[in-house]
Design a protein around this ligand. Structure first.
Ligand code: MG
Length: 247
């Protein structure tokens, strides 16, 4: 046996112990200079978080106006439920950029028509990009026009529709496109959508505006619009959180 071996082993052991101690200490240290995130009361299940703007669910539809901008929202509002009544699409009075948006909707219980004529509506981000709303429960249409599609750009990953008359949810994360100082688009907008809790759009990028847009694509924020497509759709518990996301 070499006489130096125990000393070398002891040194290795000491080094190992020291490494563990340093790693343990490191685990307790912050890995970035980020501040503590603010506290947000998420609210009771089914309710809006404390930092959300409630768009449908309050006393009235005062957060909305008709999409022509000239009149108060004409939809029927009763017991927290807004119903489309052929008075035209409605848009928020406030404009938004990047948002988290929660929407609950129900297609008509009485099934009428087929394809695009059955339970059609839409959620427009910035008034420019439509996430399609449609009764796609046993109702075939073109893939990028069915419920949950980024209209005529991206079909949903799966069809997660509930049946006619049942309440359904969209949870949407939207990033607006980015533009440089000269107005040139540097990054497309994108959207992630959970439909009834199921992922149906995963960072899907917009190739441009979708049909029925209020304004051309630009850096300007825009309203959230809910589409009147002639079907008596219902909406409730709609709320939005502004996202200060930098990319
Ligand atoms: Mg539509």
């Amino acid at each position: 046996m070499k006489t130096g071996a125990p000393t070398k082993n002891a040194l290795l052991l000491l080094a190992a112990v020291a490494s563990v101690a340093v790693l343990s200490l490191a685990a307790l240290q912050p890995q970035s200079a980020a501040p503590l995130p603010p506290v947000v009361d998420p609210g009771a299940p089914g309710k809006a978080p404390a930092d959300a703007i409630v768009l449908i669910g309050g006393a009235d539809l005062s957060a909305w106006q008709n999409a022509d901008g000239k009149a108060p929202a004409g939809w029927i509002y009763k017991d927290g439920v807004a119903t489309v009544n052929s008075t035209g699409s409605i848009m928020t009075r406030e404009s938004f950029g990047d948002v988290q948006l929660h929407v609950e909707f129900a297609t008509p219980e009485k099934v009428e028509g087929h394809g695009q004529e059955r339970g059609n509506s839409g959620v427009y981000l910035m008034g420019r990009y439509e996430v399609q709303v449609l009764d796609s429960f046993n109702n075939e249409t073109y893939p990028d026009g069915q419920c949950g599609a980024v209209y005529k750009q991206h079909p949903p990953l799966v069809n997660a529709c509930r049946g006619p008359g049942q309440w359904q949810t969209y949870d949407i994360v939207f990033h607006a496109p980015r533009f440089d100082a000269a107005g040139k688009k540097t990054a497309p907008g994108d959207v992630t959508v959970l439909h009834n809790g199921v992922l149906i759009q995963d960072h899907s990028e917009f190739s441009g505006v979708t049909g029925g847009n209020l304004t051309p694509e630009s850096a300007d924020p825009g309203p959230i619009m809910l589409q009147d497509h002639g079907n008596p759709m219902r909406f409730r518990n709609v709320w939005v959180r502004k996202l200060g996301v930098s990319r």
